[in-house]
Design a protein. Structure first.
Length: 382
């Protein structure tokens, strides 16, 4: 049911929007119950009563599904695999509603009385317009509902009626084609709007220079962590030693280029679910979830040190900078971001106070550089 043009984020957003159709579903259920029972009683047709009962039951199931989905979304976003399960639930409930509406309309048009047919026509048009207006976000779902609801009415009106009914059946067919086209057109527009919304949200959570997360992105990533109760989360804080001489000697453009290259290196070694963020000029934070023991955090810290301490090529020049890195750990179920950052920052500043990572460079080596040795990784894990 997922379109090829939908990315994971777009797909999850579209399926999530299915939970926001409770009001039109409620209106449909009430209308179907009122109109359907009136027509069934007027015609004395047991089949109409059964169609109304099944349609109202399907509406109630769909409302219960939306309530459960809304509560689930209130906790945290879900992955595409879970979104697919919710979509299948909506598909089954929608099939129940649409087939009930279609069966009801078909049975009414098989009767000779005109008044019930007028009510059935109004119900059918109301349901179809609601499908186009609210289910276009899932085109397969919307098109299936339209076909199940309208095709039985077309067949019944054309088979059992006279010439005016055949004209009505042709009108239903034309309106059905227009409704299907409207569904796909609205779906394409929805994808464009959601992509724009996601892009704007990503910009709000990203550092424009390095492409890493910013403070907001870091907080959101930390908030979405789900601890298993027996693992920990680590926060690594570091800043660059003697970064200012690079700016002073080569200019701010060279400093920006260095930070961009540093961000690219971080993205290579920090993959999901870990996250790297730039929180200041040359200040960075790395979030490392799923830590089973402090040794994992220390090994990860040394990987960061090794990768970022390698020389940087800035045009014709090659420069080196170091970093003072500290990290802190806490159990995932009780971890607090601000406390972890504070402890990791304190460990990082301890490196600078000890002076163990700073050494001047030779005259031919360019600007001063910082040496990031193995002793530059203090940690506070508990």
């Amino acid at each position: 049911m997922r379109a090829s043009v939908e990315s994971d984020e777009v797909y999850v957003a579209l399926v999530s929007d299915l939970a926001r159709t409770a009001l039109p579903t409620t209106i449909l259920g009430v209308t179907f119950a009122g109109v359907g029972l009136f027509v069934a009683q007027a015609l004395g047709h047991a089949g109409l009563t059964a169609a109304v009962a099944s349609g109202v039951l399907a509406c109630l199931c769909k409302l219960a599904l939306m309530i459960g989905q809304t509560r689930r979304l209130a906790r945290r976003p879900y992955a595409p695999r879970e979104a697919r399960l919710w979509e299948w639930g909506h598909l089954l409930a929608t099939i129940g509603v649409a087939s009930s509406v279609g069966a009801f309309a078909a049975m009414v048009f098989a009767q000779p009385q005109m008044e019930p047919q007028m009510l059935a026509t109004g119900l059918l048009f109301g349901y179809s317009s609601g499908v186009v207006a609210h289910l276009f976000i899932r085109p397969v779902l919307a098109c299936g509902a339209l076909l199940l609801a309208v095709l039985p009415a077309i067949a019944s009106a054309a088979w059992f009626g006279d010439m005016p009914h055949r004209i009505l059946a042709a009108m239903f067919g034309l309106f059905l084609v227009g409704a299907l086209q409207s569904v796909f057109s609205a779906h394409r527009k929805a994808i464009r709007q959601i992509r724009l919304r996601l892009d704007m949200a990503a910009l709000a959570r990203s550092d424009t220079l390095t492409g890493l997360a910013n403070r907001l992105g870091l907080r959101e990533a930390f908030r979405t962590l789900s601890g298993t109760g027996d693992d920990s989360v680590a926060i690594h804080c570091f800043d660059l030693d003697r970064f200012k001489p690079v700016n002073d000697r080569y200019g701010h453009a060279a400093g920006d280029a260095l930070l961009q290259e540093l961000g690219a290196r971080l993205r290579l070694i920090v993959g999901p679910p870990a996250l790297a963020a730039r929180t200041g000029g040359d200040e960075f934070v790395v979030l490392q979830p799923g830590v089973r023991h402090p040794g994992e955090a220390e090994r990860f810290a040394r990987r960061i040190l090794h990768a970022l301490s390698a020389p940087y090529r800035l045009g014709p020049e090659t420069v080196s900078v170091g970093l003072s890195l500290g990290f802190a750990c806490a159990p995932s179920r009780t971890a607090d971001l601000e406390d972890l950052v504070r402890r990791a920052d304190a460990a990082s500043y301890a490196v600078k106070r000890q002076g163990g990572g700073v050494a001047p460079s030779g005259p031919a080596a360019g600007p001063p550089r910082a040496r990031a040795g193995a002793d530059s990784v203090p940690a506070t894990c508990r």
